[in-house]
Design a protein. Sequence first.
Length: 297
Amino acid sequence: MSLVVVTPSHAPDFAGFKDLHASVVRNTDATTRHIVVVPDEDVRLFSSVGGGRLVVRGYHSLLPREVRSTTRLARLPRLPRGFRIAAVNIRRPWPPLRGWILQQIVKMALVRELDDDVALLIDSDVLVARPLTESLFRRDTAVRLYRLPNGLNPEMTRHLAWRRTAHELLRPPSDDPQSADYITPFATWSPEVVRQCLSRVEEQSGMRWHGAVGSRLEFSEFILYGTFATTLAEVGRTYASELNLCHSYWTPEPLTRSAAEAFLASMPAHALAVHVQSNSGTDEQVRRFIADAVGEG
């Protein structure tokens, strides 16, 4: 069995990513790779991290020829974030791909091609706080799946839209009566299950999977994968756990130094990582304090 760490990122998150990568190196053995997938214009920047444990992949290496990146245009400052076009599929130009959808496509494309047994997906605004081994995320050949039963409620309209999309793409034989949530900034996937999942999308849609996904305005890769793993995957490929291994701060308000101290002090014993939402507006000095505190153990 083998473990690989995967992070989607881009230039605006570079400072946080450097702290994440340092925490990955501290907490994994020398055989564990950390792969970051970024827009092509950011490859040089992320390659400057160096150290020998980091592999930098550009979007172009993971996208089919018909998908043309427009990320330079997507970074025009006056465009609302949700409307920034990141790519266009010249075979199916409408709707164009927003940055968030494109990032999910390249993440799945990367994991799909991996030979490793366990892919640990970590967001750029996460820091690994405790040692990681692949044995933490598997039982025999089954890979851990974060699954929170009854995690979705009627007020979570976007999540419910993502769930509908997953069902439309996969057409599972049964519904999930528990309305489970699968979204976490620190998740593990089986690359083999990802391959099976995307093959199912192609079978049901009659088109290549990236085109089927890219045609959707609402989509979550975690809910797609979780729905497949729960309803369609071969028995023994995954096992579910509702224990979230990442101690997260989701509030869209800045953390103060004292609040950050309290946040770290409240980290549960089972958590392996900490996460401060990037759009919380937390001051760089406070983020630096958190990174240093996590680094010191």
